[in-house]
Design a protein around this ligand. Sequence first.
Ligand SMILES: Nc1ncnc2c1ncn2[C@@H]1O[C@H](COP(=O)(O)OP(=O)(O)O)[C@@H](O)[C@H]1O
Ligand SMILES: [Mg+2]
Length: 303
Amino acid sequence: MILPDTVVIFTEKADWHSNGLAKACANAGLCPIILSIADCGFDVASGRPGLVLPGLDGRLPGAIFVRLVPAGTTEQITARLGLLHAARSAGVRVVNDARAIEACVDKSMTTFLLAQAGLPTPRTIVTEKPEAAEAARKTLGGDVVLKPLFGAQGKGLVRLRDGDPLPPSEDVGGLYYLQEFVASRGSRAAGGAHDWRVFVLGGKPLAAMIRRSDGWVTNIFQGADGEPADPTGAPADYAVRAAAAVGADYAGVDLIEDEDGRFLVLEVNSMPAWKGLQTATGVDVAAALAGDLAQKLARPDAA
Ligand SMILES: Nc1ncnc2c1ncn2[C@@H]1O[C@H](COP(=O)(O)OP(=O)(O)O)[C@@H](O)[C@H]1O
Ligand SMILES: [Mg+2]
């Protein structure tokens, strides 16, 4: 049985994001419950629908909002994503869907889907073989970025210039994700770097900011400053198309504007934080997300 007004928010700690979203859901007439996905599981021994969510007594929520899937073993992550797939197949509206989360967590899959959708994205080569990675550096030019496949918040990115040694395979989880370095517009002369974060919700741009940093990594988490930006125009259009390419209901899309003023999509985040964006733009992201959930639950057959 589904409780149509109940929204489960999956996160690890009740923080600014999840508390704010829960409050916004309540304001939108929904019943929010904050849970850890690690506390959930499967039970096909008790004659119940098969999914166990603490506090729901065998019933299912109308929607699940995935704020966070915590790190874990391959087995834990597989079962947690399996639970999200299972919830969808049992009629729960899962935001974002497990398929979108999988496509975004794996940067090589995101890059493939962006390119397949005809979106501009930096030239990228992914390989397990160190010899192929060395050859890829030559193909991409003398300045490349090596990214962890499951990276986030600007952690673990390495810039390799001509002559820099390639890290050993064991330092990169046995996989080289190599991308051409793109200098952001004006940065060669002025130093530092900037890129764009566009928050997409329901096929529309909700808010945008430009992130500026003294170094080349412009994540807010790494200390970059956010300033409000125009949520229309080319970066917003690309962001909307990028979210659609990975099947995300909502997404934080990173784009870089190159020296020629051309926008390239760097990545799509299926579980983006929004505190920095909200601070920079004043847009109430939680209210928008809750409104979207309420609308989806009121019209369950709508896409
Ligand atoms: N190919 C690139 N060229 C130049 N800067 C890049 C490139 N890729 C990433 N960056 C910088 O590093 C930041 C983090 O990279 P990103 O791909 O978004 O990974 P993460 O998941 O860690 O946020 C970007 O916001 C941008 O500032
Ligand atoms: Mg990013």
